[in-house]
Design a binder for this molecule. Structure first.
Ligand SMILES: [Zn+2]
Length: 93
């Protein structure tokens, strides 16, 4: 069996699927609250999630973000993430 070099893998906190880091979006716990880290360069504790609302919603439902970051995430913060993701999707089209 030949081993191919693989890109760094991260697990989505929503659907729990491991994917290439570049195929996931990072959610970072900043001083201003949760932010989508579209550049992958923001400082702070982060979790990875698929770039879709379903996985962010799933992560919230399963408390995946809360567990990973060890803090409470209120629904307002999740709504803000949704808005950021919508803006991000528009930019990347
Ligand atoms: Zn996912």
């Amino acid at each position: 069996m030949t081993k191919t070099k693989r890109a760094p893998q991260r697990t989505c906190v929503g659907c729990n699927v491991s994917k290439d880091k570049k195929d996931l979006i990072r959610i970072v716990d900043t001083e201003e609250g949760l932010r989508l880290d579209v550049t992958g360069k923001m400082n702070g504790r982060g979790v990875y999630v698929c770039p879709n609302k379903e996985c962010i919603a799933l992560a919230q439902k399963k408390n995946g973000i809360k567990r990973s970051l060890k803090k409470n995430i209120d629904n307002e913060e999740i709504s803000a993430l949704f808005e950021e993701l919508t803006a991000y999707e528009k930019e990347s089209v």
